[in-house]
Design a protein. Structure first.
Length: 356
């Protein structure tokens, strides 16, 4: 079971998933889309769910507000079991869960104001209450001056801000974001992520963010789960997963840095060469960068630094060193143990002839 935070009776999760399975019938065959998902999502957190296309991310997020029915298992949202709710109760619960979509889903013939007001009009709110709430959320997302504009007059980032305002107009306790930034350029993506973080901090809203981009997870999430072929394969604090990925799929999604081995090393996968090319991943508190002298002293042969990368995530320095180790006859477990005080993970990338 994936679980984060403190789960006492005073700190119940916003969302609790137990033994969730989801099957679809596709061309007469049964497809197992979600497989035995167990997950606790803490209140007021920004929680990331990442996976490649077709991994089951969207199926999972649609079960959280009852848009998809479970095949078996249970989902509790704010301590309410979705399977036990009547249709009317489910509608009420959905008003406490905002949803942000990849392609904005705005009505082109309506103004920004009317797009944001629509959920309240459908719920028969009084006009004065609608006006107050719409102005409130438009100010929050920085679009007070665009209330009379139409979607065609807005940039992609502004359209998504309208989508966020619409999702917030019911004063939800949970915000579900389904690939909310994947249709945006990098600048707009950064602005939208900053806005989501601000909303989380100001309003204490639980945000569940579905994405296929690790950069999005890195920017704002507290915890992350990696989903692959309908299963949770890895989970943890974002800085921990970044510094020591356990699964190949996680490494593929991470792509923190482009491997740039000088051509003089002519990287091969066979060990019939004089050098081993290693990647050393590390994590340390800010202000406590690793001591390269101490690290290199753990090797019993010359070692040369080829490439380095460092990033700051959740008050940690997360980085990697790619080195050429002048030996192919060594025990990886023994070396990893010697490096353990300084290095979280050692990986053999391949082998090469001496560059000299």
């Amino acid at each position: 079971m994936v679980s984060f935070g403190t789960h006492s009776e005073f700190a119940l999760p916003a969302i609790k998933i137990r033994n969730l399975n989801k099957y679809y019938a596709v061309q007469g065959k049964q497809v197992h889309a979600l497989k035995n998902i167990n997950l606790d999502i803490p209140k007021a957190s920004i929680f990331g769910i990442i996976g490649k296309s077709g991994a089951g991310k969207s199926s999972l997020i649609r079960t959280l507000n009852g848009l998809e029915q479970l095949s078996d298992g249970s989902i509790y949202v704010q301590q309410q079991n979705l399977a036990e709710l009547s249709h009317a109760q489910l509608i009420q619960l959905r008003q406490r869960i905002g949803m942000i979509f990849q392609h904005f889903n705005l009505m082109s013939a309506k103004t920004v104001y009317d797009n944001v007001a629509l959920p309240l009009k459908v719920s028969s709110f009084a006009k004065v209450d609608i006006d107050q709430r719409v102005k409130e959320v438009l100010q929050l997302v920085g679009l007070s001056d665009k209330a009379t504009y139409y979607p065609s007059q807005l940039s992609g980032g502004q359209k998504q801000r309208v989508g966020i305002a619409r999702a917030l107009v019911h004063h939800p306790e949970i915000l579900l974001c389904d690939e909310a930034t994947s249709a945006l350029d990098p600048e707009s993506t950064s602005a939208v992520l900053s806005l989501l973080k601000e909303i989380n901090q100001k309003l204490g809203i639980t945000i569940v963010l579905i994405t296929h981009e690790m950069q999005v997870i890195r920017e704002i999430c507290d915890q992350v789960v990696v989903i692959d072929q309908g299963e949770i394969v890895e989970s943890g604090q974002v800085w921990s997963v970044f510094s020591k990925p356990q699964q190949k799929i996680t490494e593929e999604l991470l792509s923190l840095e482009q491997l740039d081995i000088p051509l003089t090393y002519d990287l091969e996968k066979t060990s019939q060469h004089r050098l081993s090319i290693l990647k050393l991943r590390y994590a340390s508190a800010l202000g406590q960068s690793p001591d390269l002298k101490l690290i290199f002293e753990q090797f019993d042969a010359p070692v040369h630094l080829i490439q380095s990368h460092v990033d700051s995530i959740q008050q940690h320095l997360i980085g990697s060193l790619v080195v050429a180790f002048a030996s192919t006859e060594f025990d990886l477990a023994t070396l990893s143990s010697k490096l353990a005080p300084y290095i979280a993970q050692v990986e053999v990338l391949g082998y090469a002839q001496s560059a000299h």
